[in-house]
Ligand binder design. Structure first.
Ligand code: GLA
Length: 390
């Protein structure tokens, strides 16, 4: 039995079989390159995964919600009235969904009815693969399809970001929600976060796999340090704006940044800005290389991205450094870097098909030896974005 059928069974047991019951999937994402650029007006290059959250839902006649998640059975059935939802930073699974309902209403989308729902995830949470965005997009897609709120997929992503910023207190950019809402099978999304213009780039890797390695650590400062990085970048931007007419750090080319960077007084903010500017340029170049079939050059930029995230943006950690640095040594590894917000979570690597087993063996051994921890591996299959599946 597939995931959605299991969730359907759970729904029927809990909430009964009558009426129009529908099934949905919203994926997590992995970002190939373009990290910490999305709130800096730069480019990102994520793809939606075939792991994420599944939900089965039925419309109610009132504005109540009754939700259950089989991944977190201890929280029981969560009940609330849509009109009573208020921001909090508890970060529980239902807070990410409730935040989206709240965001819709804050932005003028009326939600006439609530819904009963059972949800289940088949992806690791807190691992930098955007489990939270996937949960948010489940809520958005249910509102769009089941409750018939007129909204586009892109605006679903916008509502997800809005809710995470204003309801859950995490000042994230739009990459994760965009990837979950707008993913396309066998493609990555080259997204300009300044304009939300995007392009699907086929990932026809004939001889390689995209391997995600989970460090299985999440350092507690992740949320607050993320918001700090964002503020550092904004401080740098403000100082640059006193000498040059730009809207975001993503507007800068290398020469202009090098000419003007002296105006940024704090050396830490200058490093943050350097990452944001160069990472954006790397992302644009990397996508060009991929389109031209030069995977080796793409891999080199993944390497440079990790180094910049480690040294300039300082969002890596010992475990992610070990995973990437050890991967670079293995023959058949085209590129490897931390992915997502950082401070734990996952790396993403491009590995030649024939080298995948050796990669897993070597990384498991050396990671275990150096940290005492176990690494988990997933092969990324780029998938379609959030939608109805049953
Ligand atoms: C988290 C955020 C994204 C993005 C990445 C870093 O995943 O949710 O918006 O900023 O970190 O690239």
């Amino acid at each position: 039995m597939g995931m959605i059928e299991k969730v359907m069974e759970e729904f029927r047991t809990r909430f009964g079989s009558e009426g129009d019951i529908r099934g949905y999937f919203a994926p997590g994402r992995v970002n190939l390159i373009g990290e910490h650029t999305d709130y800096n007006g730069g480019h990102v290059f994520p793809c939606a995964l075939d792991m994420g959250h599944y939900a089965v839902a039925r419309k109610r006649n009132d504005r109540k919600i009754r939700w259950f998640c089989t991944t977190f059975p201890d929280s029981g059935v969560q009940e609330a009235d849509i009109g009573d939802l208020a921001p909090n930073d508890n970060g529980l699974w239902y807070d990410y969904q409730q935040g989206v309902l709240w965001a819709f209403e804050q932005n003028g989308y009326q939600i006439p009815y609530g819904y009963d729902m059972v949800m289940a995830g088949d992806m690791p949470a807190g691992a930098g693969l955007s489990a939270s965005a996937s949960i948010e997009m489940i809520a958005a897609i249910i509102l769009k399809d089941l409750i018939e709120v007129p909204i586009s997929q892109v605006d679903c992503a916008r509502m997800g970001q809005y809710s995470e910023n204003k309801y859950n207190g995490m000042n994230c950019g739009i990459m994760d929600q965009f990837a979950s809402a707008m993913g396309k099978k066998d493609c990555a999304i080259f997204l300009d976060t300044a304009t939300l213009k995007y392009d699907y780039v086929p990932l026809n890797l004939a001889h390689e796999k995209i391997v995600i390695t989970n460090s299985n650590v999440k350092h507690s400062l992740a949320g607050s340090a993320y918001n700090d990085r964002r503020r550092d970048s904004e401080n740098a931007l403000e100082e640059l704006q006193t000498v040059i007419d730009i809207k975001t750090l993503g507007d800068l080319d290398e020469k202009t940044f090098e000419d003007k960077k002296g105006v940024i007084t704090d050396p830490v903010c200058r490093k943050r800005a350097r990452h944001a500017v160069y990472e954006n340029l790397r992302t644009i170049a990397a996508v060009d290389y991929l389109k031209n079939g030069d995977l080796k050059a793409f891999g080199k930029l993944m390497h440079d991205s990790h180094v910049s995230l480690r040294d300039d943006y300082e969002v890596s950690c010992k475990e992610l450094d070990i995973l990437s640095e050890e991967a670079w040594k293995i023959p058949g590894v085209i590129g490897s870097r931390m992915t997502g917000g950082g401070f734990g979570g996952c790396t993403v690597s491009i590995v030649e098909n024939d080298a995948v087993e050796e990669f897993k063996k070597k990384i498991s051994a050396v990671y275990g030896e150096k940290t005492g921890l176990k690494a988990d591996f997933y092969i990324a299959d780029a998938s379609d974005g959030a939608g109805r599946i049953l």
